[in-house]
Design a protein around this ligand. Sequence first.
Ligand SMILES: C[S@@+](CC[C@H](N)C(=O)[O-])C[C@H]1O[C@@H](n2cnc3c(N)ncnc32)[C@H](O)[C@@H]1O
Length: 277
Amino acid sequence: MKLTGRITWSALNKMEQAVDKLHREEMTGAKSDQTKTTHFGFQEVPESEKSKRVDDVFSSVAHQYDVMNDLMSGGLHRLWKRFAVQLSGVKTGSRVLDIAGGTGDLSKLFLEKIGPDGELWLTDINLEMLSVGRDRMMDAGKLPPVCQCDAESLPYPDDYFDCVTVAFGLRNMTHKTRALKEMHRVTRRGGRVIVLEFSKVWKPLEKFYDMYSFKLIPLLGKLVAKDEDSYRYLSESIRMHPGQEELADMFRESGFERVDYFNLAAGVVAAHRGLKV
Ligand SMILES: C[S@@+](CC[C@H](N)C(=O)[O-])C[C@H]1O[C@@H](n2cnc3c(N)ncnc32)[C@H](O)[C@@H]1O
C-alpha cells in the first residue's frame, strides 16, 4: 500500500485499520512465513525487506540526525530522554543496555548516572548512526563499549542488565514483540525495560499534529537534511506505531509485569516501563 500526493483523513483511517490488522497478525502469528508483510511507513512490504529499508533511512540521515531532532522537537527530546533515565531507577554501578542507541544521547545520560563503576553498552543495528554516536562519546571523553547488533537477536547473556532501554527505535523494528522478548531475556530479575517512543496524541490535537507531521516534518527534512523521503517515513512510521495501551499489552505478552506508561507532550511521546520478575 503506497500513498502518493495529498493525504486525506479517510486514507489515514484506512491506514489505521491496516495497522491494527498487522499488529494483530504480529501478535497472533496469523500469516505463514512466506506471505508475511509488515509496514514501512504507509507502505506494506515483505517482512524480509523492512530492515534494509530502515537501514537505508538511518544511513542517509545519520549526520543530520541530531540537528533535525532539536529542530523537530524544539529541543524537547532532551527532556523526554532525561525523564526515561529517571524512570529507569538506575544508580551508581548499574549495568545498562541502550538498544537502537544511535547517536548516543541516552547513553550519555546513563553514563553520568551509573558512574565509572557501572557498565553501559551503546548498540544499534546501523553502522553510520553508531559511528556518529561513538565519535560523539569520544569527543565527550567517554568510551563505553559499542556494539552493532539487531534488537531482535541480542548478543548478550540471560539476566545480565539492570536496565534495558530503547528511545525512538522500537517502531522501526520488524518484529516488535520479538525484540521485547529479547529485552526481557537479557534483563535481570527485578530489572526494568524502558521504551521511549512516539505514541497516540491527545485526540483534540490530532489534526494539528497530522499537519505538523505530514507537511512541516518532510519540509524540514528537505531543507535541512536534503532528504524529504526519510522524514516522510519518520512521520508515517509514527502514525503506524501501536498506541499506548496496545504497546503496554505487547510488554505483557513479552513477559513483563507491573507495566505502566507515562504520556509526554499530550501523548506525542509515551514512556513505557516493564519489570522482569
Ligand atoms: C530514531 S533513531 C533513535 C536513536 C536514539 N535512540 C535517539 O533517541 O536519538 C532509531 C534507531 O533505531 C535503530 N534501529 C532500527 N531497527 C533496529 C533494530 N532492529 N535493532 C537495533 N536498532 C535498530 C536505527 O538504526 C536508528 O539508529
